[in-house]
Write a protein that binds this ligand. Structure first.
Ligand code: GAP
Length: 534
């Protein structure tokens, strides 16, 4: 990652570049924007698809033990009951009684019980009002110093408000983060009103009233999937049987997931609509630890290969207190984002929990019958077992942000006359444009030759840009900033010897190649597996 001074400044520069150059826009911006929703513009959609295609290629095309799936986003609601998402997929929400901030308890700053807590408000007046309110409502005797309130102590919750540092907090409430909708032609509101009226007439209140309304809603409730994973468990049998697969084998899927996140943060890092790249690897019982070890290394290797090659990537093992009750091992691939280390992908050993849960929920036995192996318990030939699962689950949209942060660089002007510039050192295969084709000037037949070269790229399906606007230096700068790895320039020598210059983004090195070789030179460079073949 570039040496930038403040890390916050790096984030601001990346966000600004994303908008200025057409990578990522705020959703519905002309209407004031929608919180935590983003649109991937002409260059962003290329980068995201290139990343996801690399994942698909590595997971599905370059291996024989993994097959793909593209399941519907809306699934039978019982899927989410069996998986535990309806009951458990929730965040603990807390309101701060001082500043009103609503936050996730598990994401709040941790503090030991009984510590001194300083509450910091926006200004003196707010601090004065908060002091009065806390005395009135909480009986707290605090002292004000400027915009700070002193004298409070942390309770035994283990956290304080992330906004003002207050330990005066509401009870935790569980908030289900699945988006709910209703399926069918009849709007459920009418039925809800009828049911609510009847319930009130019966004298039902609060929890009982809510339960009744929930029952009515549930008749048509469906959920937007909060992860792509469940479809792979639900379709385990269809896929295993139709493709005659024997564990160990995997099912891979990538696509949109939706979570009504309480805390949306850091641009596209945590949003309500995002894309995942998940793979469920089904293995015989007993082989989980071996495959967890394999996949954690393999996934780390892959992220390095697509360009996160520096010191900004690490594996972090989950402590026992972080593991889900059904998991017996989990590693996160973490990236050092501008705000610190954070999760890019989780690689979890999920035991046989998911297939068993859907067997119970659906009544269909999700097992594998290995007719050749002996059952370890009986010693008899024919072993029927519930496969165990290792799940590498990565965020594609998070991956885009990590790649942008990693690739962003600023180079000062040098004594050799090279001007200062910003560039995106993206892996050439991930770059939105693979090549820019540039006539040096708009005359002397140069545009015609450049057009012919560009057409060759278009016909081959290699994303290129014909660009004749502005002086050549400005065009190089524009393409450096969006990560175009190769610039092909048609100049006055071209008409003499049928050559063009190829300029390499990272080194700015230039050499002459034959016009006829332009496409194959770029294609060969793209086939290279190295992250920076420049
Ligand atoms: N099936 C397991 C699962 O979904 P997860 O850790 O909740 O596990 C996997 O999600 C990955 O999906 C995360 O590592 C992260 O990269 C991405 N992800 C999760 N929630 C996200 C959000 N709200 N916005 C963007 N990416 C998210």
């Amino acid at each position: 990652m570039a040496e930038q001074g403040s890390e916050q400044a790096l984030m601001q520069k990346v966000v600004s570049l994303c908008k200025r150059r057409g990578f990522v826009f705020q959703s519905s911006e002309i209407y004031g924007g929608l919180k935590s929703a983003y649109d991937y513009g002409p260059l962003g959609v290329e980068l995201k698809r290139n990343l996801m295609n690399e994942w698909w290629s590595a997971m599905v095309h370059q291996r024989e033990d993994i097959v793909g799936l593209d399941a519907s986003i809306i699934m039978h609601p019982d899927v989410w009951r069996s998986s535990g998402h309806v009951a458990n997929f929730s965040d603990p929400l807390v309101d701060c009684k001082v500043c009103g901030e609503r936050f996730r308890a598990d994401k709040a700053p941790k503090v030991a019980a009984g510590e001194a807590a300083t509450i910091t408000l926006g200004d003196k007046e707010r601090a004065r009002l908060a002091l009065e309110k806390l005395e009135r409502t909480e009986g707290a005797k605090l002292e004000r110093r400027g915009k700070e309130l002193l004298g409070a102590r942390t309770g035994d919750r283990g956290y304080v408000c992330p906004n003002c540092g207050s330990p005066f907090l509401s009870e935790e409430r569980q908030f289900n983060t699945m988006f709910r909708s209703s399926l069918g032609p009849v709007d459920p509101i009418g039925r809800v009103i009828e049911a609510a009226k009847a319930a009130v007439a019966e004298g039902l209140e609060d929890a009982a009233l809510r339960k009744r309304v929930d029952e009515v809603l549930n008749e048509s409730t469906v959920y937007l999937r909060p992860e792509t994973a469940q479809a792979m468990f639900v379709q385990f049998l269809n896929i295993q049987q139709s493709m005659s697969l024997k564990p160990p084998f995997g099912i891979a899927q990538m696509g949109k997931s939706f979570r009504n996140e309480v805390t949306v943060e850091h641009f596209i890092f945590r949003s309500c609509e995002f894309e995942q790249m998940e793979m469920e690897f089904f293995v015989p019982p007993g082989e989980g630890p071996k495959w967890l070890d394999y996949w954690k290394e393999e996934r780390l290797r892959w992220w390095k290969a697509v360009g996160l090659a520096g010191d900004n990537l690490r594996l972090r093992q989950h402590g026992p207190d972080e593991l889900a009750h059904y998991s017996n091992g989990c590693f996160d691939v973490e990236y050092k984002f501008p705000w610190g280390w954070d999760e890019l992908e989780g690689i979890a050993s999920r035991t046989d929990y998911d297939l068993k849960a859907h067997t119970t929920g659906s009544g269909k036995k999700l097992i594998y019958n290995d007719v050749e192996a002996a059952d370890p318990e009986t010693g008899q030939k024919g072993w029927k077992y519930v496969p165990h699962v290792i799940e590498p689950a990565a965020g594609a949209t998070r991956g885009v942000l990590a790649l942008m942060c990693e690739a962003y660089a600023e180079e000062p002007g040098g004594e050799d006359g090279k001007g200062e510039r910003n560039l995106l050192k993206l892996h050439p295969r991930l770059a939105p444009y693979k090549a820019a084709v540039l006539p040096l000037v708009k005359r002397d037949g140069m545009p015609e030759v450049a057009r012919r070269i560009a057409e060759a790229f278009f016909s081959a399906g290699v994303k290129a840009r014909y660009d004749e606007q502005h002086a050549i230096g400005k065009r190089y700068a524009r393409h450096d900033e969006i990560g175009t790895p190769y610039c092909l320039t048609v100049d006055s020598q071209t008409s003499e010897d049928d050559t063009v210059t190829i300029r390499y983004r990272d080194s700015r090195r230039q050499e002459r190649i034959k016009v006829a070789d332009a496409l194959s030179v770029v294609q060969n460079a793209l086939l290279s597996t190295g992250a920076q073949p420049l």
